[in-house]
Design a protein around this ligand. Structure first.
Ligand code: ADP
Ligand code: MG
Length: 348
């Protein structure tokens, strides 16, 4: 189960670049009114009328950002798109198009790329974004993926990282720590598999967190929910590098401090039990574990009633004056400075 064991392997040279692009992209349909021209010319043509365009790009490198020994290619395609859509939602925008560029070594055959594009296609369909271009080339080693997401927003709806003000409430969507622990479980199973390939992993107990790692969902629903509730966050960011690191980005750019309450951080029961099993502290994981793709935002206190009790949203703290600094208030009521321990691919 852990290996991507495709039995068929059609070498990419048998198609050539143009036939390959054609083959991989022919079933993608265009659904956005703003897409005037998608794949097939020298450039895509988009028309956002009186709205602002949002653009965000990410690079994913095999061995640095993903490990194909336990990440199925279809999931990788899906996740690669999610990572980018998440950045558009973090601006309070709606994602409309993506471009997907890939470089692969001759280790990859057509079937592998078909799997990857099946994941891209599922993501595009579910999130209603059009694939409008990309580039395809070879690499000496491994797989590299670069995705650009494009979105739209009314100028007055765009939310930056720098708008938080003292007394605003600090809110997070979903729950935290799952993606990191899911990765720990997969890494552990990979080691077991290396020693005994006949040993098939039993991941049932860890289903939720493994899914958080392999198949994250960008929170378009939160952007829509906030619109419906008529709540415009004062600042927003997506959690790609860990809660503490993202909070510090908001504090630095908004020139404010904050108090984050440990007992308010939303944790799934699987996160609590798996953290115990790994002898790790669940709060530390929630603070430092990356790849959550939840939204972290601040709202004015007047909006408290609109969001209170919503099962998708948790108030985890509040914004203070800059001089007060950024602190975690622990369960034992001690105040400790928040440090960025986020994900850094250069530290590996
Ligand atoms: P160019 O020589 O202008 O770069 P290409 O032959 O690379 O053109 O691409 C032809 C068309 O196919 C363009 O619309 C391009 O955006 C699209 N395309 C190329 N590679 C991919 C890919 N991996 N995924 C999606 N679209 C792609
Ligand atoms: Mg090209």
């Amino acid at each position: 189960m852990l290996e991507n064991k495709n039995t068929e392997r059609t070498p990419l040279e048998t198609l050539g670049e143009f036939a390959l692009i054609q083959h991989l992209t022919e079933h993608f349909e265009l659904s956005q009114e703003s897409t005037l021209k998608g794949i097939g010319d020298d450039a895509a043509v988009l028309d956002f009328k009186d709205k602002k365009a949002l653009i965000s790009t990410d690079f994913l490198v095999e061995g640095v950002h993903f490990d194909l020994s336990y990440v199925p290619l279809k999931h990788l395609g899906y996740k690669s798109v999610m990572v980018n859509l998440s950045d558009i939602y973090a601006m309070n925008g709606i994602a409309t198009q993506v471009t997907v560029s890939i470089a692969v070594s001759n280790r990859f055959g057509l079937e592998a790329l078909e799997e990857f594009y099946a994941g891209v296609a599922t993501a595009c369909k579910l999130y209603q974004v059009d694939l409008v271009g990309g580039d395809t080339t070879s690499s000496n080693k491994g797989m590299l993926i670069s995705i650009t997401a494009i979105g739209v927003a009314n100028e007055e709806d765009i939310v930056y990282r720098n708008g938080a003000r003292p007394n605003d409430l600090l809110v997070v969507s979903g729950d935290l720590g799952g993606a990191y622990l899911g990765l720990q479980v997969l890494e552990r199973e990979k080691e077991v598999f290396k020693v005994n390939p006949a040993n098939q992993p039993d991941l049932d107990l860890y289903q939720y967190i493994v899914e958080r790692q392999l198949k994250p969902e960008a929170r378009r629903d939160i952007v829509e929910l906030l619109k419906k509730l008529e709540v415009r966050p004062t600042a927003m960011i997506d959690i790609s590098d860990g809660l503490s690191s993202e909070i510090l980005h908001i504090c630095a750019q908004s020139e404010v401090g904050c108090n984050l309450f440990e007992d308010k951080i939303p944790l799934d029961p699987t996160v609590i039990s798996t953290a115990e099993e790994f002898k790790m502290d669940a709060t530390t994981i929630a603070l430092s574990g990356g790849e959550e793709y939840e939204l972290l935002f601040t709202i004015d206190q007047k909006d408290y009633n609109a969001i209170k009790g919503n099962p998708n949203l948790t108030i985890i703290g509040h914004i203070t004056d800059k001089q007060e600094g950024a602190h975690l208030i622990t369960r034992g009521d001690t105040k400790i400075p928040i440090q960025a321990q986020g994900w850094n691919s250069f530290q590996k």
